[in-house]
Design a protein around this ligand. Structure first.
Ligand SMILES: [Zn+2]
Length: 285
């Protein structure tokens, strides 16, 4: 599933490609993509609106319309946008099409069928359930070290699951959570509320660092309008991720084998030596 840096890449790409274009009609091919409206309502809410902006909140893409509405999009597992000219056919799993007045169209395809769209009035946007409970953006002033420390202190879950909770920390998924924990040298099994103060400070910095590094990498990638693919940036060195998907491979720091374990039904990858929890609190596993 795309995480914050990948969604940022898609958002920035769309911002370049579609802002200023006018939607003359919208077709919802898979009604469950936007369950709050039927296809006719969905189309009516966007007809003749220009795209004023494309932004992001957490892992949601926000497409701002000139009619004071916003299209909220979650890519989930495999949602992909394409901007196509009339000569190009729709991709195989096309679930929504937005026809522009200039003849081009914006297409949303989704092989796995988990994507989500919703049109809301801008006045209702802050209260939309998709956004209302999200933690502060990781690069905002509200996501301070004090905020992070307080959120940790109130949680009895392990650190890995804590980091995946979008109401506590916004934007991390399975990959960047594992990478941030490795960068901070903290054990993913520690109870969040028991993390030491130095560990908390390191983890706070690591979250922002791994996200920033990936966003900056993605910013240099070429954009293919026909396939605005949120490719993962595979880690901070040329050989790939530091820990993610590296089970039994040597740790880049200490050479001991990377361990994989299940937390909350998801795989966590970590180094038992670099991330040992000496001086930290109890563990949940
Ligand atoms: Zn190590």
């Amino acid at each position: 599933m795309p995480e914050l840096p990948e969604v940022e890449y898609v958002s920035r790409s769309l911002n370049t490609l579609v802002v200023g274009r006018t939607i003359v009609s919208a077709e919802l091919y898979r009604p469950k993509l936007a369950p709050a409206t039927d296809p006719r309502q969905f189309a009516a809410l966007m007809a003749d609106a220009a795209i004023a902006s494309v932004g992001r909140r957490g892992k949601h893409i926000l497409i701002g319309l000139s009619n004071d509405r916003t299209l909220i999009v979650h890519l989930r597992m495999s949602g992909t946008f394409s901007v196509l000219d009339p000569d190009l056919e729709n991709p195989k799993f096309t679930h929504a099409v937005f026809h522009f007045s200039d003849g081009d169209r914006l297409v949303f395809s989704d092989q796995r069928h988990f994507g989500m769209m919703k049109v809301v009035d801008n006045a209702d946007l802050p209260a939309a359930k998709e956004l209302a409970k999200l933690a502060p953006e990781p690069f905002s002033n509200d996501f301070s070290e004090v905020y992070f420390r307080e959120a940790l202190s109130r949680s009895s879950r392990n650190l890995k699951e804590f980091l995946l909770d979008q109401t506590k920390v916004c934007g991390l998924g399975n990959i960047y959570a594992s990478e941030a924990l490795f960068a901070a040298r903290v054990d993913p099994r520690i109870v969040a509320g028991a993390l030491s103060k130095p560990g908390s400070a390191r983890l706070y910095r690591a979250i922002r660092e791994v996200l920033r590094e990936a966003i900056e990498h993605n910013a240099d990638l070429p954009v293919d309008p026909a396939n605005i693919d949120a490719n993962y940036f595979s880690g901070g060195n040329s050989s790939g991720w530091f820990v993610y998907d590296r089970e039994k491979m040597p740790c880049v720091r200490c050479k001991s084998p990377i361990v994989r374990l299940k937390q909350g039904g998801r795989s966590t990858f970590f180094c038992r030596v670099c991330q040992r929890n000496r001086r930290n609190g109890p563990m949940t596993v």
